[in-house]
Design a protein. Structure first.
Lengths: 357, 507
């Protein structure tokens, strides 16, 4: 009993529990259809048309497709914690970053190239840089001008995508060079996005472990005034969080662009800011700022992707999927809500009491 | 139930994780009685009140209230109010931008036939209520136009108007000056005469004897006893609260007056000011000296200290630290020069509520070290253990969230935060507010010990006695300006009073 209690008390219990729940649905469905029960978890290798062996399976697909949201969730977690607000511009900034990158690689006004106009590193660097600048712009508005995060980031939410479109001369710019496609496809047998997301998460985890980043961000998020008296420069810290969030949007943007080896600025990262915010919330983090748990957000991000993938596997059409996704999200959020948790606790306490009597 | 009893609580038990907060506590309140609820920090006063008002769920025991059959359990404060138990907290929980009448009837406004608020009737009722309570207040004015004391009284009026049998006043006088306290006491006495039972929680011993009829003392979650005021003179009350004899406070200061004329200067401020809070002032503090800042609440004593520390950036003047001219733009600049500030508003500017005791202790140190030089966990644990032991911080563990600690223990954690940075110059703004007697003495001793180690301190307190015990010199403030200094023979209770009051006291 006490062990069960210990586990359920853990901060990550509910995010992990939700994730397992989604997987369970898959198992049940597979059994019902007469498929092998653990088909969901099966990972196999397939040989592509070009002769490479790559990993294949639903789990891999979730990890792969969920990469962008996972990367965004890293930055979003910091922004939420430090400023008690959300950065709703990340999806748009992703698109801008991809547009910038492809415009440079193809040359302005050119819509289809099979050779770089500028070196690859230059394009990617500029794409990520412009995203960081966007983050700094958001951060400046929030930290130094005290504008509400939602309003401040609303500017780039609408403008970012439009600037990207301008850069691409209102066209879809294709970069048909294999070395550009790497970031959205495979290195060896592993999907590259998984690798990129893993590296991003690892770097942030190391930063949290070996620097005082967590203490700085959380202190400012919990009590800005007290943090200031104790020697923290709240404005600088908030600015930094938004810059990191921009950086994450840039990386996610390049990854998403590389997947389709083209800057489709109207569609890259569309509505992804909402998934990123949802990931933070599903991870058990309060959107009111303060304490945060990075692992929770990452699990949240993959949970969202798992729901989507599961729905497709169940044969729900992509047009109807959002409805079912909403239902699942409501369920998960409700289990995590404080009053519901208290109620469940009471229920189990009553049961325990009844058992003793 | 006896007909002149307003409230009885019997055998109340309540456990927090790792701590028995209340152990079989009894409490009785008669009608028309003002009863002080006394005890050190963490004795269980707040917990007992929260059990009564339904904020905390108690595990055993029962509560009876006059006029209700059988034992009651309140679900929340609204529920408690319906049963005639109202609470007024230290911080006024009203809306400053609404009118007095609106505040009085918020959530229970009289309505017109079509369901809108009947303002005329509301204002009439409010005016009548003010008149009944003998308060000279224009009910249509906004709440913020009245002083904190009057706001507090309006909060009480609101509580009383909801057919209140038991009124709980939790540290109502902490932010009031003497005059305002008198007014509040007048109101409490009037309510008592109307038959309301009042529970009065305070840390000011003299106030207990000024207004109360009975005293209930708690210690470590248990009941020490229920007394009448006559039975329990001051010294005995302190002994009952602490469970030991009163440490002789007068004897903590070293013998003989010290001469700082020739000691090197730590702080030399000339013409510092911050618009709207403190007019230009000069202040010199020598190494090893404790300088008190005294004056009425709002006289600028906190603001003077904040201008030096950079909490409110000084806009004019020259500041020399250790003989060198410096520019302080924000607190971190001051910290890098060896300063520290324990702010007077612990909740708003002191604690980081959702972080643990350990994290709160190392906070300032970490800020000084910078983001990339994380203090190793082993060192953090060592420091936390050291200060929990040294300042006797009562906490379930060093990983407990600081917001779960009692006020006095939170204060000790903030103190530990600054001590950990080993400052040369420490500003303590009301370090003993809301803290029990035993801890007060410890903090005063600590101040003197730090001074003996050659550190300089600014000590700000509303209790003159406490300042006389610790300070070598005092600066007097009035209306946002430094008006003088007192030292040597002038440093008596009377001398300080005269200085604070200025010319008026001689008339």
């Amino acid at each position: 009993m006490s062990k069960v209690k210990q586990i359920t008390k853990m901060q990550l219990f509910l995010p992990i529990f939700s994730m397992i729940l989604v997987m369970l649905v898959n198992v049940v469905y597979d059994i019902a259809c007469g498929n092998p029960p653990f088909g969901f978890f099966a990972i196999s290798t397939q040989v592509t048309s070009s002769g490479n062996a790559i990993l294949y399976g639903r789990l891999i697909d979730i990890l792969n497709r969920g990469s962008e949201v996972a990367i965004l969730a890293i930055g979003m977690t910091l922004v939420v914690s430090a400023s008690a607000g959300t950065d709703i511009s990340v999806g748009s900034v992703m698109s801008l970053s991809g547009g910038m990158c492809c415009m440079l690689l193809a040359g302005y006004g050119v819509t289809n190239v099979s050779e770089y106009a500028k070196p690859l590193w230059f394009g990617i660097g500029a794409g990520i840089l412009v995203a960081v600048v966007c983050g700094l712009f958001n951060g400046f508005l929030v930290a130094y001008l005290n504008i509400q995060p939602m309003v401040a980031t609303l500017i780039l939410w609408s403008a970012g995508r439009a600037i990207g479109l301008l850069l691409c001369n209102s066209a879809i710019v294709y970069v048909r060079v294999p070395s550009f496609q790497v970031f959205g496809s495979y290195v060896g047998f592993l999907p590259t996005p998984i690798l990129i997301a893993a590296v991003c998460v690892l770097i942030m985890a190391l930063l949290l472990k070996f620097t005082a980043l967590g203490t700085f961000v959380q202190s400012v998020g919990i009590n800005k005034k007290a943090a200031r008296i104790s020697g923290f420069n709240s404005a600088k810290i908030i600015l930094m969080c938004y810059a990191i969030c921009g950086l994450c949007a840039g990386i996610a943007g390049i990854t998403a662009t590389s997947r389709i080896y083209s800057a489709d600025t109207n569609n890259i990262g569309l509505n992804m800011e909402l998934d990123a915010i949802l990931a933070v919330a599903l991870g058990g983090n309060s959107l009111g700022g303060g304490k945060f748990n990075l692992a929770g957000s990452i699990i949240g991000a993959y949970t969202i992707q798992a729901i989507t993938t599961t729905l497709y596997a169940l044969g729900v059409s992509s047009a109807q999927a959002p409805v079912f996704k909403a239902i699942v999200v409501i369920l998960i959020v409700v289990i995590q809500a404080e009053p519901v948790r208290d109620y469940l606790k009471k229920l189990s306490a009553k049961k325990a009491a009844a058992k003793e009597a | 139930m006896d007909s002149n009893i307003a409230l009885t609580m019997r055998g109340i038990c309540m456990t927090f994780p790792g701590v028995k907060a209340l152990d079989n506590v009894d409490f009785t309140l008669k009608k028309g009685e003002i009863r002080a609820l006394m005890g050190e920090n963490g004795a269980g006063k707040s917990t007992l009140i929260k059990c009564l008002t339904g904020v905390n769920k108690f595990e055993a025991g029962e509560i009876h209230v006059d006029g209700i059959e059988g034992a009651i359990v309140n679900k929340d404060t609204m529920d408690a109010q319906k049963k005639g138990i109202s609470t007024v907290y230290q911080e006024v929980n009203l809306c400053p931008n609404l009118s007095v009448a609106e505040n009085l009837y918020i959530g229970r406004e009289p309505l017109t036939k079509i369901g809108t608020v009947n303002r005329r009737k509301m204002n009439q009722m409010a005016a009548q209520l003010m008149q009944d309570l003998d308060l000279d207040i224009e009910v249509t004015k906004n709440l913020e136009e009245y002083s904190l004391a009057l706001q507090q009284m309006i909060a009480i009026a609101r509580a009383v108007d909801m057919d209140c049998k038991v009124l709980i006043l939790d540290e109502p006088t902490s932010s009031l000056d003497d005059n305002e306290v008198e007014k509040l006491f007048g109101m409490m006495k009037r309510l008592r005469d109307q038959g309301v039972g009042i529970v009065f929680v305070t840390h000011f011993l003299e106030q207990v004897y000024a207004v109360c009829d009975g005293i209930t003392v708690l210690r470590n979650g248990t009941l020490v006893g229920e007394y009448t005021v006559e039975e329990l003179p001051r010294v005995k009350l302190v002994a009952a609260m602490m469970g030991k004899d009163f440490d002789d406070l007068a004897s903590i200061k070293p013998e003989g007056t010290m001469d700082f004329e020739h000691a090197p200067l730590e702080i030399d401020a000339k013409g510092l000011s911050h618009a709207g809070t403190i007019k230009p002032f000069d202040l010199q503090i020598h190494k090893g000296e404790v300088v008190g800042l005294t004056g009425l609440l709002g006289s600028g004593r906190s603001e003077l200290a904040r201008a030096i520390y950079g909490a409110d950036r000084a806009q004019t003047g020259i500041l020399k630290v250790n003989g060198e001219e410096v520019k302080i733009k924000s607190p971190i600049d001051a910290m890098n020069l060896g300063m520290g500030l324990l702010p007077d508003d612990r909740k708003a500017e002191g604690i980081i509520g959702d972080l643990s005791v350990r994290e709160n202790i190392i906070l300032a140190m970490q800020a000084k070290a910078g983001i990339f030089k994380k203090i190793p966990m082993a060192k953090q644990i060592e420091l936390a253990d050291q200060y929990i032991e040294m300042l006797q911080i009562k906490t379930a563990s060093k990983e407990t969230l600081i917001k779960r600690l009692s006020g006095g223990n939170q204060q000790k954690v903030i103190l530990a935060r600054w001590l950990a940075t080993n400052p040369d110059f420490l500003i303590l703004d009301e370090p003993t507010r809301g803290i029990d007697i035993g801890t007060k003495t410890e903090i005063q001793k600590l101040v003197i010990k730090l001074a003996q180690e050659g550190k300089s301190l600014i000590f700000i307190s509303s209790e003159i006695e406490e300042m006389l015990r610790t300070c070598n010199r005092m600066a007097v403030l009035r209306d946002g300006a430094k008006v003088g200094e007192i030292s040597g023979d002038e440093m008596t209770q009377e001398g300080v009073m005269h200085a604070i009051a200025g010319g008026a006291a001689h008339e």
